[in-house]
Design a protein around this ligand. Structure first.
Ligand SMILES: [Zn+2]
Length: 329
């Protein structure tokens, strides 16, 4: 093909593309932008278990809430993940619905109306995912903070009317204790009130169960004490078909900072020293055993792996995939 011929071909192609766009513009006006996001659920299979990540929304956390890292180091890590922290670090709030085949289990329940308009979508996304709140029979709370527990209750009534709620006794003894609440600093008191209000409709019906370390709650589920963020913070390890998924709650609040530097702590920790030690232990275990992890505050859908990298760890988010055997939309 001669140079002149290639140039002529290119000119013709551009001209026809230009003509086409003019004729398309004449044929129909450009539709209005949709300005909505896709439904906030994502599905994966874990052996025979179906896991659905549910998106509650997001909150922007002030960089001042993170400790144990210099400002330049923090900005370097945030920039490395293309995170713009000018209006705070975007932090997702996720919950997970596990259909084990014999139980429909919700792990954490988001914020409901306890926080701002960017949050509170768990129930809508659960419905979008093909389930109804009445079908949930078991709720496992990683801890009793309001961004995990508020969602179990709607205007004072059980949002999941057929569910029994499980939380660790250590967290119950702390957040549901009126005397500890009274002695807490003024700015911490709403945390106690929100936890107590969230569990109240279930407690009244005898459907709040506080379990002890080592208690068995469901088949193929290990309950793992991961204290520090709260006194009874707990992670849930589901196993099926040789695969394991650790739904770890609040082990990480910033993927940009804490995988690289696990000793970065967040203000919300009840005992930050213990929280750091727990994070180190959970990270080492998850990386060594190549566990699936599901984080309440990892970027949605929060399902990931992790591996050792340098002195810290690297976060490896799930790759979007169809569910094996799924019906065509
Ligand atoms: Zn949280």
């Amino acid at each position: 093909m001669s140079h002149r011929f290639r140039q002529t071909l290119l000119a013709l192609t551009l001209a026809s593309a230009g003509m086409m766009s003019v004729s398309l513009a004449c044929a129909a006006p450009v539709p209005a932008q949709q300005q909505t996001q896709v439904p906030g659920y994502y599905r994966m299979m874990l052996g025979n278990m179906e896991v659905t990540a549910l998106y509650d929304g997001y909150v922007n956390l002030d960089t001042k809430l993170f400790h144990g890292i210099s400002e330049p180091d923090m900005q370097k890590l945030l920039a490395r993940m293309f995170t713009d922290s000018k209006s705070g670090i975007q932090t997702a709030v996720n919950a997970f619905l596990v259909n084990t085949g014999s139980h429909l289990v919700l792990v954490d329940a988001g914020t409901a109306q306890c926080f701002g308009p960017t949050l509170g979508a768990i129930k809508n996304n659960l419905r979008a995912a093909g389930y109804q709140p009445e079908q949930v029979d078991t709720i496992l709370l990683t801890h009793l903070h309001p961004d995990h527990a508020c969602g179990i209750t709607d205007q004072g009534k059980a949002a999941f009317p057929n569910a029994t709620v499980y939380a660790s006794k250590a967290d119950g003894d702390y957040w549901l204790n009126k005397e500890i609440a009274l002695k807490a600093p003024q700015d911490a008191q709403p945390m106690f009130k929100l936890a107590q209000d969230a569990v109240a409709p279930y407690a009244e019906q005898g459907k709040l169960k506080l379990y002890r370390p080592g208690d068995r709650l469901l088949p193929d589920l290990d309950v793992i004490a991961t204290p520090g963020h709260t006194p009874g913070h707990t992670s849930y390890l589901f196993s099926s078909g040789g695969q394991k998924l650790l739904l770890w709650g609040d082990i990480v609040h910033s993927h940009s900072l804490q995988f690289a530097k696990p000793d970065v702590a967040v203000d919300f920790d009840t005992d930050s020293k213990q929280a750091i030690a727990t994070r180190q232990k959970v990270f080492a275990d998850a990386a060594e055993n190549k566990l699936w992890i599901g984080g309440a505050h990892l970027p949605f859908p929060g399902l990931s792996h992790m591996r050792v990298e340098g002195n810290g760890y690297a976060w490896v988010p799930i790759e979007y995939a169809a569910v094996a055997g799924q019906k065509k939309p």
